[in-house]
Write a protein that binds this ligand. Structure first.
Ligand SMILES: Nc1ncnc2c1ncn2[C@@H]1O[C@H](COP(=O)(O)OP(=O)(O)OP(=O)(O)O)[C@@H](O)[C@H]1O
Length: 259
C-alpha cells in the first residue's frame, strides 16, 4: 500500500487527551490519536459512540472541548483553516429553492468574493459539479433532487475550496449500492490525484475495508488505530467487523480482570 505520509507533514490531525462534554455527558474521553496526511481514514463505530462529536471538534464547531487538537498544524477551528478544511454534515446543507449550480455559485461567492475571482469561481463550480457527477442536473432545483443527489450537492460545496482535509460525516448513509460505490471511487480519486486527506465516518463496517486506515471507536474511546489488514491479522479475524467485536470483548475482559 502507498505510503501517504511520505514527504509531507506527518499528521493532518493530532489529538492529545481530547475530551468533550455535551449536556451532562462526557462524550469523548481523553482521546489520543493521529490522522496521517493523505489517504482515507475511516472513523467507525456504533451509533452514538461519538463519531459526529469528534468530527465537529476537528472542524472547530464543538463547544466544551478540552485537551489538545491540532489540524493541519493549527489549533482546530483556527480561522486560517477555514478554506483548508471541508466538512459535510449528515444533513445535506443546500437551499431547496436554488438550482444545483446556484447553490454552488452562492457558496463559491462566500469563499472567493469579488469580481477578480469570477473566472476562478466559475471554474471551481464547474469542476465540483463534475466531481460529484451532477452535470446533467446542474439546472435542477435542489428540492426536486433525490436524497442521494442532495447529499452530493453538499459534497460539491465542500469540494469548492479544494480542501486539504475533507471531513465527511456518514456521507453514504441511505444511498443505494451503486451510488455508494461511485462515491467511494470519488473519495479514492480525491486522495490519490489531489492528495486530499479524508476523514470519513460510518457505522457500516463493510465500508471499513475501503479505508487505508481505521479509527475504531466505542463509547467515546478509540479502541484501535490501524490499517484494515493489520487489524484483521492482529485479531485473527476475517473481517473488520469481527476484529471490532474481538476488540470490544478484549476491552470488556480487561475491565473485568482486577490487576
Ligand atoms: N446536546 C447533547 N447533549 C447531551 N448528549 C448529547 C448531545 N448531543 C449528542 N449527545 C450524545 O453524545 C453521544 C455521541 O453522539 P454523536 O452524534 O457524536 O454519535 P455518533 O457516533 O456520531 O452517532 P451516529 O452514528 O448515530 O451519528 C450520543 O450518546 C448522544 O446521545
Amino acid at each position: 500500500m502507498m505510503n501517504y505520509a511520505a514527504g509531507a507533514r506527518a499528521n493532518a490531525v493530532e489529538a492529545r487527551a481530547l475530551t468533550v462534554v455535551r449536556g451532562d455527558r462526557t462524550v469523548l474521553r481523553g482521546l489520543d490519536f493521529t490522522v496521517g496526511t493523505g489517504g482515507i481514514t475511516g472513523l467507525l463505530g456504533p451509533s452514538g459512540c461519538g463519531k459526529s462529536t469528534l468530527m465537529r471538534a476537528v472542524v472547530g464547531t464543538q463547544a466544551r472541548t478540552t485537551g489538545t487538537l491540532d489540524v493541519l498544524g493549527r489549533p482546530a477551528g483556527h480561522p486560517a483553516l477555514r478554506a483548508r478544511v471541508g466538512y459535510v454534515t449528515q444533513a445535506p446543507s443546500v437551499y431547496s429553492d436554488l438550482t444545483v449550480r446556484q447553490n454552488l455559485d452562492y457558496f463559491a461567492s462566500v469563499l472567493h468574493p469579488g469580481r477578480a475571482h469570477r473566472d476562478a469561481r466559475h471554474e471551481a463550480v464547474t469542476r465540483a459539479v463534475r466531481d460529484v457527477d451532477l452535470a446533467d442536473h446542474a439546472d435542477a432545483l435542489a428540492k426536486n433532487l433525490s436524497g442521494g443527489q442532495r447529499s452530493r450537492v453538499s459534497l460539491a460545496v465542500a469540494l469548492l475550496g479544494t480542501p486539504e482535509l475533507l471531513v465527511l460525516d456518514e456521507p453514504t448513509v441511505g444511498l443505494d449500492p451503486v451510488l455508494r460505490r461511485d462515491l467511494w471511487d470519488l473519495f479514492h480519486a480525491l486522495a490519490a490525484d489531489r492528495g486530499t486527506t479524508i476523514l470519513i465516518s460510518s457505522h457500516v463496517m463493510d465500508e471499513a475495508e475501503r479505508c487505508h486506515r481505521l479509527l475504531l471507536m466505542r463509547d467515546g474511546s478509540v479502541l484501535a488505530d490501524d490499517s484494515p489488514d493489520a487489524l484483521r491479522a492482529r485479531t485473527g479475524s476475517d473481517t473488520v467487523e469481527q476484529a471490532f467485536l474481538h476488540l470490544v470483548d478484549e476491552a470488556a475482559t480487561r475491565q473485568e480482570t482486577p490487576r
